[in-house]
Write a protein that binds this ligand. Structure first.
Ligand SMILES: CC(C)(COP(=O)(O)OP(=O)(O)OC[C@H]1O[C@@H](n2cnc3c(N)ncnc32)[C@H](O)[C@@H]1OP(=O)(O)O)[C@@H](O)C(=O)NCCC(=O)NCCS
Length: 146
């Protein structure tokens, strides 16, 4: 299955639906809270891995955050597909996009439960960061691209 930016309205719907159901709905956040103002920026790169049935298996996004530096956000894998390599595929796609854009350092704020995933993919914890929805500790992680 190819991975890339959503192109059609149904693909954008699938993209945001997965973001919402994995990253917002479990914490009773309202619909719309899964969207960010800079989603539409031309410098933001979106990754969507679609199932043949048309729903999203995995999503994530990248935006430039400083000289040579990018930030990854909104990584989510469909619950039935977690632990089967989808997250790796999304992350590696965004890393390749970052490299092509001349970025050499990636940062992200990882939920505590996702820290081992990012560590497996070469990211190291820099420092604890914010707590989301009053209950999800995050950790700032970084990786140098080579
Ligand atoms: C975190 C998340 C994106 C990871 O995606 P995934 O598809 O489940 O992960 P993958 O199957 O691609 O795992 C890639 C590697 O990381 C390892 N890994 C993943 N989760 C791990 C964990 N909790 N502990 C240890 N290793 C882990 C896998 O074993 C795999 O290693 P391998 O390639 O050597 O076999 C996904 O589980 C998810 O959406 N979780 C809920 C939402 C979330 O927390 N998003 C991140 C917000 S910061």
């Amino acid at each position: 299955m190819p991975i890339g930016s959503p192109q059609t309205p149904p693909e954008w719907d699938a993209y945001y639906h997965l973001r919402y159901t994995v990253l917002r709905q479990p914490w009773q956040q309202p619909p719309g809270s899964e969207r960010a103002p800079d989603d539409a920026a031309p410098t933001t790169t979106h990754a969507l891995l679609l199932a043949p049935e048309g729903y999203a298996l995995g999503v994530g996004r990248l935006h430039p955050s400083g000289p040579g530096q990018g930030q990854l956000r909104f990584m989510a894998v469909h619950p039935a597909w977690q632990g089967r390599g989808v997250g790796r595929q999304v992350l590696e796609y965004l890393e390749a996009a970052a490299w092509q854009q001349g970025l050499t350092e990636l940062l992200l704020h990882a939920r505590q439960a996702a820290v081992p995933f990012y560590a497996r993919l070469g990211y190291t914890v820099v420092a604890p960061s914010h707590t989301l929805f009053g209950s999800i500790p995050h950790f700032l992680m970084r990786k140098e691209l080579t």
